[in-house]
Design a protein around this ligand. Structure first.
Ligand SMILES: [Zn+2]
Ligand SMILES: [Zn+2]
Length: 351
């Protein structure tokens, strides 16, 4: 495995709760970054990631107590790539996803595949969708295993069903959890190299007209509070520096995803130890005498599932679980609450 072992002490790292992949009125969103920061503050978030289409990445800054990462979203017709910290001057055109991901990485940025398997809805833009097409050569560093807007839109198959869902069971699509196809490809790629799994809201807050009635769908407060990405990073209050720390955490996989609407993911912990070695999410531990210890702690009691190389190996109820593992490979954790998918950790690699 190519990962470097984490040497940073867990005590130095702070847990930061953020919402990635947000569009503002600088592209096709409906609120300004400042207005979104106010809403994020009310949702008790620590950071947001703005990814306006073909924007130039800018330095991170604090506003309304929220750290704002100024990223971009590249590509038009398919293979959308979120990027942070890259020095590209993006052109509004379609390119092969692998080419875009390479350009992002070569310019010093982090490239994250957005909504890779979205299927679209016959009710929205004639079923138009923007999946990722080239999986073979792309050298991306992250993947959205959960995209809130895609998930909601993909579930809208008829006007009547969607209206009923919107009025009475608005959060129902999120109870399906992360995208199964994205999880499968993530598990496969992580056996070769580390790729970080994140959640994206893809917030636009569109206003849709049905039978002459205007509906404000998937508004900012709803998606800012539903599914979030948590990072472990060392922050100081300096926007530029703290943004770089969060991007480093995203790059290394020091993060997890939680369906916060169900129950907050704050306090989740997943680490590995073997002799003197220690690693958190995204890190690697080499076994000592053929064994390593995994330590899992949920914010509250739920159902813990440990996944080894893409296959569930333990599924049991509880809040904490320490266990020794003897086999090398990729280990990640999923947790459920009352049967509903809740938390997805990033993997730890055991050599
Ligand atoms: Zn997109
Ligand atoms: Zn987007």
């Amino acid at each position: 495995m190519a990962n470097t072992e984490h040497s940073c002490s867990p005590a130095k790292l702070r847990e930061l709760r953020g919402n990635l992949h947000i569009h503002t009125n600088r592209s096709d969103g409906t609120l300004s970054p400042s207005e979104i920061a106010s809403l994020a503050n009310r949702c008790k978030l620590d950071f947001i990631g703005i990814n306006d289409h073909f924007a130039v990445c800018g330095p991170s800054y604090y506003e309304k107590g929220i750290l704002i990462l100024q990223g971009t979203e590249l590509n038009k017709d398919h293979s959308h790539c979120l990027a942070y910290n890259c020095s590209l001057a993006p052109k509004p055109k379609q390119e092969d996803g692998a080419v875009v991901a390479e350009q992002v990485i070569n310019s010093g940025g982090i490239g994250i595949i957005a909504h890779p398997f979205e299927t679209g809805s016959p009710l929205v833009s004639g079923g138009r969708c923007y999946p990722w097409l080239n999986w073979e050569t792309a050298d991306y560093q992250g993947i959205e295993i959960w995209n809130q807007t895609s998930q909601w839109r993909d579930s809208a198959r008829s006007y009547w069903r969607s209206l009923r869902q919107w009025l009475f069971r608005r959060y129902r699509p999120f109870a399906q959890g992360a995208c199964p196809k994205a999880l499968a490809i993530w598990d496969k790629v992580c056996r070769q190299r580390h790729v970080t799994g994140v959640a994206g809201s893809d917030l636009h807050a569109p206003i849709i007209k049905v039978w002459g009635i205007k509906f404000k769908l998937l508004q900012y407060p709803m998606l800012l509070a539903a599914v979030n990405t948590y990072c472990l990073a060392e922050v100081t209050g300096d926007g530029k520096r703290d943004g770089a720390e969060i991007i480093a955490a995203l790059r290394q996989g020091r993060c997890w995803i939680a369906y916060d609407r169900l129950s907050l993911g704050r306090g989740f912990s997943y680490t590995a130890e073997a002799g003197e070695n220690w690693a958190g999410m995204g890190g690697t531990v080499s076994r000592t005498r053929g064994k390593a210890w995994l330590r899992i702690k949920l914010p509250r009691p739920g159902e813990i599932c440990l996944i080894h190389n893409g296959n569930p190996v333990i599924r049991e109820k509880g809040q904490t679980r320490d266990l020794s593992v003897g086999a090398a490979g990729v280990y990640r954790v999923e947790a459920r609450l009352k049967g509903i998918p809740w938390i997805y950790s990033n993997p730890i690699y055991i050599n």
